[in-house]
Ligand binder design. Sequence first.
Ligand code: AMP
Ligand code: MG
Length: 345
Amino acid sequence: MRRLALPALALALLLTGCGSGAATVQNSLFAMDTVMSFTLNGEGDPQALQDTLGELGEIIHGLEDRMSATDEDSEIYALNHAQGQPVSLSPETAELLEQALELCRVTGGALDITAYPAVEAWGFPTGEYRVPGPEELDQLVGQIDYTRLEVDEADGTAVLPAGMEADLGAVAKGYAGDLLAEQLAEQGIDSALLNLGESTILAVGEKPEGTPWRIAVQDPAGEGYLGVLELRDRALGTSGGYQRYFESGGQTYWHIMDPATAAPARSGLAGVTVVSSSGLLCDGLSTALFVMGLEEGVQFWRDHQSLEFEVLFVTDEGELYLTPGLEDSFSLTEEYRDRGVTVLS
Ligand code: AMP
Ligand code: MG
């Protein structure tokens, strides 16, 4: 019933005619534990654009119903509670599990979709936060191992050993964004901004006036915006410790786990933004690079040029490191003008 949490927003619909049949429609909804907002531009019948907005919402809620780790009716919940027995999956869940596992392999397990027992032990799904002791952490490390999750995409089944749990929180929004963008492409809508919570954004085409979409990058250490990325036909994913955290005993603990320690990843990075043509890749890699840290993350970028992604790293000290493909599209906001930016090579 979480989807009813923001009824006013869910109904908020803005319709603006811009002459010559051009229209913009917007909608916000609460899904996947975050507020999402979609802006579509098009020519012709504004009602058709509105109908498309409705379809996007249905796709998102359908994915959430199948892939939530907390919803007892979801496929992921069934997988996590099947005590080692195979479970049936919808094609989308099987596809995302398979693609996420591929990213787990590529990132050497920095992304590990079986990190959920640790996420739970720290209290993130319920908000009942706690700091597990060293013995519990040792035990949790033994429960995290994506190589033990078996997915048969052709059969539409998956099996996970008893005691292990999977969660698609690190990749689902990006995957969802890709499905929405496909839906828009099928309907010939070539200008849209799909904001799936602040961390995952798809800039479809460009703005109606022919300029790129401008996407603000939050300062992980404050309320302000470090800079702006100007993007056309690109997805963006951001991971950071500032997005979900709690404080205890003077320490801050966040929701991104280092699978090697079952504790929040402390890699020296405060935030990582990835830009590419795939929402799934952006979402998965931003989480993984956050776990890796700057040095390992930069090396990963150098070693995986074929994945065609760009990165903005922000360290705990507030230093910015940018891959060269973003040099022309990123600009610092006025407030941060004096901040040093290192372009990587
Ligand atoms: P993101 O916000 O995309 O970086 O993903 C973080 C979410 O993914 C967390 O809320 C957890 O549900 C899950 N998670 C945490 N650490 C990891 C990890 N190392 N690999 C995969 N999923 C993770
Ligand atoms: Mg992610």
